[in-house]
Design a protein around this ligand. Structure first.
Ligand SMILES: C[S@@+](CC[C@H](N)C(=O)[O-])C[C@H]1O[C@@H](n2cnc3c(N)ncnc32)[C@H](O)[C@@H]1O
Length: 452
């Protein structure tokens, strides 16, 4: 069933309920821009004397008989002549002329005030250095404020996650789970996720808590035979669920990134989790039969989907009648009121920095689920409060342990960009522009996918 994505059919724009797609796209996506023809790249003696004098001072402490000429003579014969040339005698400290008073020194004697002023050329150099620094700072800020990793086409997400998997920085800091953590009110009161409280709750432990809380919230009871993890990353949740449900359950994870699927398989082997498997497959066009899985699980993959309608429809299609679907995903706030120009700029940055075609609201997801006409129940919640500490927590873990970034020359700039994005995400969730969407539902038992 495994399928390497060599060529994926475009799902952009398909099956988004009428009126939803246009309402949700608050800013043109790269694909939309392309459709409209927009193309994105988108005095030497003085110096010698001074140096020689200081060298002589040091040498004098070690061996009073050494002259400057001795010190300037090459140490190894192979580095030049060992015979003292007559000219070298001029470097004898005792032969140095008395220091010539500088204009400022003379002026100081005369009691003038401007004597402390540096020469004009020093002022000019300092001004030039200051201007260069300011220019460099503005340029860096402009670069960091310009999103640089937009969703371009169906291959973007796979390539981005392949790169992240190869770099291993994400795995080092985020562990096996590429999603936010869960922080109870009590954790937050104790300062979890802050710089000084970054050890109140381990960052990776918060993610495991998230998986357990998401499962509890789904209200799925019993032991499923087949579970699907849609957009599984390197399989942290897939393996956790496989361990939790036990050997009678098979958990299948799908991702667009071949390197993620390979890494997920390696970890399953290493950790002895034979009931977890990983496939490279497009969630918008899955190879699984209708009505197949008892549980369909999707944690933070909806953000990357260019067609949210098709995403939801495919997950409902492969879900068994009576089965449970549970989705956790980053959402933008509902409209109206319409987004302000400032919000549009912020959203656009969040879309285009981490390969997100666009977001939709929690309500939009609920409408999409109900729109399939196959769900008995659909419920939603907003977990912003429980997850928002993760954004800065992930920055603080790097601040406390920065070496992996700085020991890798090419990684630090990308990491700097990620830090900026993490902080902008934090602010967007903090001000209500973004919300952490939880959506769940039970598929109707009235019939099979094709019969009702
Ligand atoms: C933020 S990561 C979440 C990883 C995982 N759910 C976890 O909890 O660790 C997003 C994942 O969604 C996957 N993804 C995005 N679009 C996809 C698509 N169309 N089909 C399959 N996987 C997709 C990516 O490859 C990546 O593995």
């Amino acid at each position: 069933m495994s399928r390497q994505i060599v060529e994926m059919t475009s799902a952009v724009g398909r099956n988004v309920p009428v009126g939803l797609s246009s309402r949700c796209r608050v800013a043109p996506t790269p694909a939309a821009l392309r459709r409209h023809g927009y193309s994105r790249r988108v005095t030497s003696s003085t110096t010698t004397t001074t140096a020689a004098s200081s060298s002589a001072g040091v040498g004098a402490r070690e061996d009073a008989s050494l002259s400057v000429a001795d010190l300037v003579r090459p140490v190894l014969p192979s580095h030049g002549s060992t015979t003292r040339s007559p000219a070298s005698a001029v470097f004898q400290v005792a032969d140095l002329p008395p220091p010539v008073p500088t204009p400022s020194a003379s002026a100081r004697g005369a009691g003038a005030l401007e004597v402390a002023m540096p020469p004009a050329s020093h002022l000019l150099s300092a001004t030039a250095a200051g201007l260069s620094l300011a220019f460099a700072f503005c340029k860096l800020k402009k670069n960091l404020d310009t999103p640089g990793r937009p969703w371009m086409d169906e291959t973007t997400v796979g390539k981005e996650y392949d790169a992240w998997t190869d770099e291993k920085i994400l795995e080092y800091y985020w562990g096996e789970h590429i999603h936010l953590g869960y922080y109870k009110d009590e954790d937050l009161r104790r300062g979890a996720g802050t710089l000084r409280g970054s050890r109140v709750k381990d960052f990776v432990e918060a993610k495991l808590d998230f998986v357990d809380e998401m499962l509890a919230w789904s209200r799925f009871n019993g032991t499923p035979r087949k579970v699907l993890d849609v957009g599984c990353g390197i399989g942290g949740a897939t393996r956790h669920l496989a361990n939790k449900f036990g050997s009678n359950t098979r958990v299948t994870g799908v991702t667009l990134s071949p390197k993620q699927a390979r890494r997920a398989g390696e970890l399953a082997l290493k950790q002895g989790v034979p009931n977890a498997e990983f496939l490279v497959m497009d969630a918008l066009e899955m190879d699984f039969p209708d009505d197949h899985f008892d549980v369909v699980w999707a944690c933070e993959s909806g953000e990357h989907m260019p067609d949210k309608g098709k995403y939801v429809e495919e997950m409902v299609r492969v879900l068994k009648p009576g089965g449970t679907l549970v989705i956790a995903t980053w959402c933008q706030r509902s409209t109206p009121p319409a987004f302000t120009p400032r919000e549009v700029v912020n959203l656009n940055y969040l879309y285009e920095e981490w390969a997100h075609p666009y977001f939709i609201s929690i309500n939009d997801y609920a409408m999409l689920l109900k729109g399939t006409m196959k769900m008995d129940t659909v419920e939603t919640d907003d977990w912003t409060r429980q997850t928002i500490a993760s954004w800065r927590h992930s920055i603080w873990v790097g601040v406390w342990d920065p070496m992996p970034v700085f020991s890798r020359p090419r990684i630090w700039y990308k990491t700097l960009r990620d830090i900026v994005c993490l902080e902008r995400m934090r602010r967007a969730f903090g001000c209500g522009l973004m919300q952490y969407g939880m959506i769940k539902g039970t598929k109707s038992r009235k019939g099979t996918w094709s019969s009702f």
